[in-house]
Design a protein around this ligand. Structure first.
Ligand SMILES: [Zn+2]
Length: 158
């Protein structure tokens, strides 16, 4: 969400509301509404999860030719940001979004590592059925693929 785009569309003026939607694979994946107040902007969004709202403070700095330049104050760290990113259902600046994404993928990676360790421990037991062995092998392969995907998605975003 780019504060300059919102300004160009006149959506930062107090009492103005707007909305836009986005698509994933040709289907509507969610929509977002904004409502501006003095020095504040509310995001009202509906994605896969129940509708939610988030209040973001606006700051203005003087600029030489065009009066005032708007900024978002990041809801997490309060630093000024021109663009906020949606991550784990909240808007944050790029820096905070990266941190949130990293801990989220670390969670995924940790979970799949523990699952794999358990499967490997079971495979080392004696007298294990062939079918169980095959199932454990596919669990391990799946865990490895999941971590691979999490790591490459994370790198792509960095
Ligand atoms: Zn931040």
């Amino acid at each position: 969400m780019d504060v300059r785009m919102l300004q160009r569309c006149g959506l930062l003026a107090p009492c103005v509301s707007g909305s836009s939607g986005w698509c994933r694979a040709g289907k509507s994946a969610g929509n977002i509404g904004t409502r501006a107040g003095p020095d504040v902007l509310w995001f009202l969004y509906a994605t896969d999860s129940p509708p939610d709202e988030q209040r973001v403070r606006l700051e203005y700095t003087a600029c030489t030719y065009r009066g005032f330049r708007p900024w978002f104050a990041c809801p997490s760290c309060r630093r000024r940001a021109a663009v906020l990113y949606m991550r784990s259902g909240r808007f944050r600046c790029l820096r905070c979004a990266r941190v949130a994404y990293a801990s989220q993928s670390e969670g995924d990676i940790g979970r799949s590592l523990r699952k794999q360790e358990k499967a490997e421990a079971r495979m080392r037991r004696k007298g294990i059925h062939r079918a169980t062995f095959d199932r454990l092998v596919s669990t391990i392969v799946e865990c490895e693929e999941r971590r691979e995907r999490a790591a490459s998605a994370f790198l792509a975003r960095m």
